[in-house]
Design a protein around this ligand. Structure first.
Ligand SMILES: [Ca+2]
Ligand SMILES: [Ca+2]
Ligand SMILES: [Ca+2]
Ligand SMILES: [Ca+2]
Length: 703
């Protein structure tokens, strides 16, 4: 296995080792009485006692090679003596402050290693893992494991597929786990005890049917008419369960601590079928607000306001907002907003399905998206500039765990019939992880976004149409971390259209420009850490950028760019990709299979990529193509790569995602992901892994 990062680290270590021992000595071999910054509190075996308190304990960690030897039991955290003014140190003090500890051999830069204060490193060539932990295998990914604990080498977060707690009463049912809120009418006791709650027979519950009177008592026979009124009555009466008919409600609500909303019910029988929902569409900027509360939601369709007047006044719409709360959601639909909007008062529209701040969100089989907001502006004199930013889930801090279901984005923009210049941009994400920890298992992520800037004519001598879209299934930034397991992810079917029709005259020719920029990527890491195992990625066939520029008199400058990648990792992000596969369907110069930009940290193991024969660049750094064609043999030598092995550029021979043709490299092509600290014991269809000789690559275990 080639290992570029280790090579770099060994180089650094070699430089260190070349330094004479005296240079890295912390203390002083003569130990004069003037020693005011001795490193240890242990009595000297030489001439003078260490009576002076250590004023710089941070440097104690170094084995004091030149000292009395009594420090050697103490590990050094990182640096040597900060300078104690002693003769033997004077010459080297400035230098040694910058020298890594010779006693701490941290080959992968995660702060762990032999002789390091933080402890040894259970994965010396993997910066994403360093602690040996005793954890339980979590087969259904609900955060609770079962059977015997196993030893796993992990990083800062408990990995997907493992749990600290081994008491899952049913490790093949993700909707059953200790402390799970009861989901009525699903045939299961969700916390593993008692019986399934049934709406038709529940006591101490309230009922809501659209069109009923809010003066009713909220019983099954005489239900309330709004969810808002039911929340008031329930809180006052100490009632936690509210059952809601499969109607549409136009209201914004704030949930109280302990409440459980159950939707999708047939009011005649108080039973519910799959894919029946109670729809709640907001009347304010946030449809459902949860703050400092523990809540449960099932069978609901929560939509951000689609009221054009309201959104124009406050063009920041969220369907569900969680702050310092815990929410458990089963079989819900959440859509940011489907508003079709003229120009908002501000020059941007921001739409979010679920916003998670300081909260724990646990989802099972939910469908979440931006709702497909549409911003259209017709006619006027430029310059005009409009933007949409949207996301299915925005994780600011806390955690999101989603098992099954979908995540989508579908925002679009049209600017039409402007003179001078017009610019429209759409940036959309299935999930944007800015902080905290997300785990998505078996989630289908994708979408499609558009920006059309059309029929722009000149104002004076200029006519410019600028259209840009930027789509990503998942983006990890800042301090976020995200685990993607058994997911099917695309970066959007993304389109831009920039159209200029200018006339001009012989006396006043027009400078006509049309810029169309399309980008899309299933997974984008611009910061934080991304872990991926057994995912299938693809870019969409019909993504395009079109610039149509014409003038009767003047210059025409059409400019188009389509940049679609399967994976994009940008410094300072860390990304680890195991047993995954991807299919690039886009033919364009700026596209690539992998974009590895700057000194990121990417590890890629046993993954298979394919480009449908277009021979797109294999690996780009965002500026130039680093591996133009052929295989990935040199991937590990690239500066942003920590580790790479077992990767192929080859047709996966997919039948569809869930089947393969004979000879597929995916069959038995993977490694045991547990050896890389990720647990994947089932595939996307909940079949056990592995089958056959080894793990199959991709989201399905085929044979
Ligand atoms: Ca490590
Ligand atoms: Ca479990
Ligand atoms: Ca379970
Ligand atoms: Ca139940």
């Amino acid at each position: 296995m080639s290992n570029c990062h280790t090579i770099r680290s060994l180089l650094a270590a070699a430089i260190l080792l070349a330094v004479p021992a005296a240079l890295v000595a912390c203390g002083d071999s003569t130990d004069p009485t003037t020693d005011t910054n001795e490193e240890d509190s242990i009595t000297d075996t030489l001439s003078n006692p260490d009576s002076v308190a250590d004023t710089n304990p941070g440097d104690d960690a170094l084995p004091d090679q030149g000292d009395e030897g009594s420090d050697s039991a103490i590990a050094d955290s990182s640096f040597n003596d900060a300078g104690d003014g002693l003769a033997d140190d004077i010459a080297i003090d400035t230098a040694e402050q910058d020298l890594p500890d010779a006693g701490c051999l941290d080959s992968d830069g995660d702060g762990y290693g032999p002789g390091c204060a933080s402890g040894p490193d259970c994965a010396p060539d993997d910066a994403t893992r360093f602690r040996q932990m005793s954890l339980y295998r979590d087969r259904d990914f609900d955060g609770f494991g079962s059977l015997e604990a196993v030893q796993v080498c992990v990083g800062g977060n408990t990995p997907a597929g493992f749990a600290d707690d081994g008491t899952d009463p049913d490790d093949n049912a993700p909707s059953v786990f200790p402390g799970a809120p009861e989901v009525p009418d699903d045939g299961k006791a969700n916390d593993g005890e008692g019986e399934d709650l049934k709406a038709a027979t529940a006591t101490n519950a309230l009922y809501v049917v659209a069109g009923s009177s809010d003066d009713n008592d909220g019983s099954r026979a005489t239900p309330l008419g709004t969810i808002g009124k039911a929340l008031v009555v329930a809180q006052a009466g100490g009632i936690d369960d509210i059952f809601i008919s499969r109607d549409s409600f136009s209201e914004s609500i704030t949930l109280f601590d302990g409440v459980r909303l159950h939707g999708g019910y047939d009011e005649a029988t108080w039973t519910r079928a799959a894919n029946q929902f109670s729809r709640i569409t907001g009347t304010t900027g946030v449809t459902v607000t949860v703050e400092d509360a523990v809540v449960a939601l099932d069978g609901l369709e929560i939509r951000g306001s689609d009221d054009e007047v309201l959104v124009q006044a406050n063009p920041d719409v969220t369907a569900l907002s969680l702050k310092n709360s815990t929410a458990t959601m089963f079989n819900d639909v959440v859509a940011g907003s489907s508003v079709a909007l003229g120009a908002p008062s501000a020059q941007a529209l921001t739409v979010t399905g679920i916003r998670v701040e300081g909260s724990q969100l646990h989802m099972n089989g939910c469908r979440v998206g931006d709702g497909g907001p549409m911003l259209s502006v017709y006619g006027g004199t430029g310059p005009v500039s409009q933007g949409i930013e949207s996301q299915g889930i925005l994780l600011v801090s806390g955690s999101v765990r989603s098992i099954g279901g979908t995540l989508g984005f579908g925002a679009s923009m049209t600017l039409s019939d402007f003179s001078g210049s017009a610019a429209g941009s759409v940036k959309a994400r299935g999930i944007l992880v800015q902080g905290g920890n997300g785990i998505l298992v078996g989630v289908d992520i994708g979408g499609g976004i558009e920006a059309n800037v059309e029929d722009v004519s000149e104002s004076g001598t200029v006519a410019v149409a600028d259209a840009a879209v930027d789509g990503a299934g998942a983006e990890i930034t800042d301090n976020g971390s995200l685990w993607l397991v058994n997911c099917l992810i695309n970066g959007g079917l993304n389109k831009t259209f920039a159209e200029v029709y200018a006339q001009g005259t012989a006396e006043q020719p027009v400078e006509a420009r049309g810029n169309a920029r399309t980008s899309g990527v299933p997974v984008l890491a611009t910061g934080g850490t991304m872990y991926m195992a057994h995912c299938d990625l693809y870019t969409e066939n019909f993504s395009e950028a079109v610039a149509d520029v014409s003038t009767t008199f003047g210059t025409k400058t059409p400019s188009t760019s389509v940049a679609m990648h399967l994976i994009q990792v940008r410094e300072p992000a860390t990304a680890k990709i195991v047993n995954s596969a991807g299919y690039s369907m886009v033919n364009s110069e700026k596209s690539s299979l992998i974009s590895l930009e700057g000194l990121g940290h990417m590890t890629m193991l046993n993954s298979v990529w394919w480009d449908k024969g277009y021979e797109v660049c294999r690996v780009t750094n965002g500026v130039e193509c680093l591996i133009p064609d052929g295989g990935l043999d040199s991937l590990a030598q690239l500066s942003g790569c920590d580790r790479a092995s077992g990767n192929l550029i080859q047709d996966q021979l997919w039948g569809w995602w869930d089947s393969v043709n004979p000879g597929s490299p995916l069959l038995d092509g993977g490694i045991n992901p547990e050896s890389e600290g990720i647990g994947v014991f089932i595939d996307r269809a909940s079949n056990a892994r592995p089958k056959g000789e080894s793990w199959d690559i991709g989201a399905y275990e085929f044979n």
